[in-house]
Structure formats: structure tokens, C-alpha cells
Design a binder for this molecule. Structure first.
Ligand code: SF4
Length: 485
């Protein structure tokens, strides 16, 4: 890390100060005109706690090296990958050192903490730290919980994995095999967080000047789309799709102009709220804008956000840029213990979820999807669905908050498909508790249309046993208390 800073032998403490100063300068330069919004959002604005001598020295360094907090490559170059660097920057993580060291050394875990995230409170930072049980085998952990690599879902053309089809009208296309954002429970963590698997996402070398494989991948997919007119929605994902250079995005979009039935292109990205909002630059937006105007294909940003603390001034600026061009941003929020859901503190949970939807709506992001944690490698963030549905029902089905701030869905995403949950699911679900295997199995009715009438499919979902779901009669008790039986 700190490739370009090492020569000055700055201590990590000084490096943090350097970042602080760069961030402060950036804030002074770019946030004019949005102070009112930032006040409404009650956002912690960047400050500097630097004495004059230090400041002069660091400012000289910034000027000599032409460092800029708004430069994406600075952030990528200076992400923290080494546990010792991390501990010296955030000493409160000392107690996790041995465990992180074990996971990075023995399990090939790629630690990645972006500089902006070093300024974030624990409820944000923890998302990027591998928990103790990372990679400890468990029957409910699945390296591909969503089934993106299921053989029957993969679209393979000329031996290339070009996309995944799980739904009637939508395909998922991965265009990058790496993600520097570093969420430890990313549902693709096997591919993006574990050494040696990046190339398996089928996107080819992301650093090539002329990305031949990406070009072929898109060409093959467009040819396939033109033969499958029922598919009109493509999700572009990765890794992080915006790690692709602008010229690569241009190549991709140029190919998609030939897709005759395509109506929607969704970029699924973490850059806006998870530490790299600088990547949303004018050139990128110009390319996207030109494409959508000429091709009449709607482009959206599906932005990963975990809690309201990730709405930094930098993220607000990126959102404003996108909104100015008229693009919609829809949020996707995995529900995670300790990040946005606190099993021992209901009040805090409600406050966090409320703040999240309230603040994102204020900046122009549409609350879109809450997602049940998919636990590919860790169960540490898992929130049992009964507890989750109750809070969700209280907050969002009850109309106590304005409907515009409601997420569209609370969903389980799984290999067998997706299902939307609501407080009413509690009155329709059945549950079986298996104490010996330590599982709880839910049978959830799902409506589906047959040729004549609506019929019902059974959606099976299994989660780990805990004190929150161990009562096999919890639903009956709920129904009795509701119907006063
Ligand atoms: S931002 Fe998305 S792709 Fe990147 S690590 Fe996080 S969850 Fe995974």
C-alpha cells in the first residue's frame, strides 16, 4: 500500500492526516451549494485536526505529488491491504488482528479497505473486516448462494461464460472479476475476495488497454439477446463494473446499441456509497448519457448501501452528478447484524433503518430492495428472518413512514429464485425446527399463475438455529394472539 507515499516514510498516523487534509480540501472545493442539504442530512463534514507545521509539510507533499482526493486511482492505489497498516490506522481493531491475519494468510482472503472507509464509524468499517468464522465450513454456507454459476443458468457461447439467466426477462452479466470495495460477506466473495478466482467470473483481463474478451463477451450476449426477444433487461455487474475504464464502458455500450429488444441496462455498483464515489466522473456520465439518448435504452444505477452513515459528502456529490443527468438510482441494502440491524437493540435498529431510507430519499435515491443476508462465507451478519420481518413490517408495512421512503421489497435471493417477504408472510409461513442439525426450515407460499387460476408454489428457506427462531410454535402463537383465538 501507499506506493507513492512510501518514499517519504510517512507513518500511518501521518498518512491518515494526509488523507484528512486532502479530504478537507476536497470538501472545501466541491461542496459549495450543497451545505444546506448536508445540514439536513446531519452529515459529519470533514474537519482537520492538524497543527500548522504538520499541515505545511503535508500540503507541500500534496502539491509536489499532485495528490487529489477526487482521483479514483489514488484511492485504488492506497487501499489498505495489510493488517498491520490497518491496525495502525484503526487501533481499535487490534483485538481482531490474529483472526484477520489467519484468514488473509491461510484462506487467501484479499483484505481491502478504501481510504474513505477509514473515516467511517465501526458500523461501516466492520463490513469490510472478515469475521472469525470466515471460511469455517458450515452446511448453510454456499459459495454461490444466488446460483450465478449454476450450470443450467449460465449462458455459455463459444466456451465463454457471457451471462447468467435466472429470470424470464432478465440476465446478469459480470464484466469485471475484482472488487476493491472489500465487503467481507459479498455474495460473490468466493470470486472477488479470495485469491485466484477473479478470472472465473468470465470477464477477462480488466486492465487490458483493448479489452478483447469483454468485447467478445458483449458481442456474443447481444447476438443471443437478439434471438431471445423475451429478455429485455440486463444487469451489468462484476466484481465492480465501474472498475472498467470509461473506454471499456464505451465499447460495451456500443455493442449494446445493436440489441434490438433491450429496454433496460442496470449497473449494479458499490462505488457510490461504499468508498469510491469519485469514480462517477463526467466522462463516464457523458458516455452513458449519449448511449441512452441515442439507443432509447433506459440506464439505471443499482447502488449498494448498508446504512445511513455511508452517505458521505462525497457520495452526495456523486448522486447529484448522476441525478443531474436524469438517471435513477435505486438502492440495494443487505440486512446485516451489527451494520444496520442490532438484535439486542430494537430502538437502534429502527433508528438505523429509518435514517437510511429517509436520508437516501432526501438525496434522490429510491429505496429499492432490502435483502436477507446470503451468508456465502460467514454467518456473523445473519439476522433470522422472523426478527427481520417483524421490524420490516412495523416500519414499512405500517405506513408510519411516508410511502415514498419505503423500500420496494424485502427479498430472499436464492438459487431457487427470489421471494418477496412482508409482515403478512408471518401469517402464512410454516416452520420446522431441526434441533439436531441446528436448522430452521421455512415453507413460504409463493403465488404463481398457471393457465387458469392463480396457484401456489412452495418456497423452502433454511436458516441457522438461534434463540430467536428456536420456538417451533412461534407462528401459531402469533396467529392466536392476532386472531384472539
Ligand atoms: S461492493 Fe458489491 S461486489 Fe464489491 S465487495 Fe461489496 S458486495 Fe461485493
Amino acid at each position: 500500500m501507499f506506493n507513492n507515499l512510501k518514499q517519504l516514510e510517512l507513518t500511518n498516523k501521518n498518512k491518515l492526516r494526509l488523507f484528512e487534509l486532502m479530504r478537507y480540501d476536497y470538501y472545501q472545493k466541491y461542496t459549495h451549494g450543497i451545505e444546506n442539504l448536508l445540514n439536513k442530512l446531519d452529515i459529519n463534514i470533514p474537519t482537520k485536526n492538524i497543527n500548522n507545521d504538520q499541515e505545511e509539510f503535508l500540503h507541500d507533499f500534496i502539491n509536489n505529488e499532485k495528490l487529489d482526493w477526487g482521483d479514483t486511482s489514488f484511492h485504488l492505489k492506497n487501499k489498505v491491504q495489510d493488517i498491520n497498516d490497518l491496525i495502525s490506522l484503526r487501533p481499535e481493531l487490534e483485538s481482531k488482528k490474529e483472526s484477520i491475519l489467519n484468514i488473509t494468510t491461510n484462506k487467501g482472503y484479499l483484505l481491502s479497505i478504501l481510504p474513505l472507509n477509514l473515516f467511517m464509524p465501526e458500523e461501516v468499517l466492520l463490513q469490510f473486516i472478515p469475521p472469525d468464522d470466515f471460511s469455517v465450513p458450515h452446511p448453510l454456507k454456499d459459495i454461490d448462494p444466488y446460483g450465478i454459476a449454476s450450470p443450467d443458468a449460465k449462458i455459455i457461447i463459444n466456451s465463454m461464460w457471457v451471462a447468467t439467466k435466472k429470470f424470464e426477462h432478465t440476465v446478469l452479466m459480470n464484466i469485471h472479476g475484482h472488487c476493491p470495495i472489500g465487503c467481507s460477506d459479498c455474495y460473490k466473495s468466493f470470486y472477488v475476495r479470495e485469491k485466484g478466482h477473479e478470472s472465473e467470473l468470465g470477464a477477462g483481463d480488466p486492465y487490458e488497454e483493448v479489452p478483447k474478451k469483454l468485447e467478445s463477451q458483449t458481442k456474443y450476449l447481444v447476438e443471443w439477446l437478439n434471438k431471445n426477444p423475451q429478455i429485455y433487461d440486463v444487469i451489468i455487474s462484476g466484481g465492480e463494473p465501474f472498475l472498467r475504464q470509461n473506454s471499456h464502458i464505451k465499447i460495451l455500450l456500443n455493442e449494446f446499441r445493436k440489441a434490438r429488444y433491450l429496454r433496460i441496462l442496470r449497473f449494479c455498483t458499490g462505488v457510490i456509497f461504499l468508498g469510491l464515489p469519485f469514480r462517477i466522473d463526467d466522462e463516464l456520465l457523458d458516455i452513458i448519457n449519449e448511449f441512452t439518448e441515442e439507443a432509447d435504452i433506459k440506464i439505471t444505477f443499482q447502488a449498494h448501501i448498508s446504512n445511513h452513515l455511508q452517505i458521505s459528502p462525497e457520495a452526495v456529490l456523486a448522486v447529484k452528478k448522476i441525478k443531474k443527468r436524469g438517471f435513477n438510482i435505486y438502492s440495494q441494502t443487505p440486512i446485516k447484524k451489527g451494520i444496520n440491524f442490532f438484535l439486542d437493540d430494537l430502538e437502534k435498529t429502527i433508528f438505523y433503518l429509518r435514517e437510511l431510507v429517509k436520508k437516501q430519499f432526501l438525496i434522490g435515491v429510491e429505496p429499492y430492495k432490502f435483502i436477507v443476508d446470503m451468508h456465502p462465507r460467514t454467518l456473523a451478519y445473519y439476522v433470522p428472518i422472523e426478527a427481520l420481518i417483524k421490524v420490516y413490517g412495523h416500519l414499512f408495512d405500517s405506513h408510519i413512514i411516508p410511502e415514498l421512503e419505503r423500500p420496494k421489497t424485502l427479498s430472499i435471493l436464492s438459487k431457487q429464485g427470489n421471494i418477496v417477504l412482508s409482515s403478512h408472510s408471518l401469517f402464512a409461513m410454516k416452520k420446522e425446527v431441526d434441533y439436531s442439525s441446528k436448522f430452521v426450515k421455512y415453507r413460504i407460499p409463493k403465488l404463481t399463475l398457471n393457465n387458469e387460476l392463480t396457484s401456489i408454489e412452495e418456497f423452502i428457506y433454511t436458516e441457522p438455529l438461534s434463540h430467536l427462531n428456536e420456538d417451533p410454535n412461534s407462528f401459531e402463537k402469533l396467529r392466536k394472539s392476532w386472531f384472539k383465538e
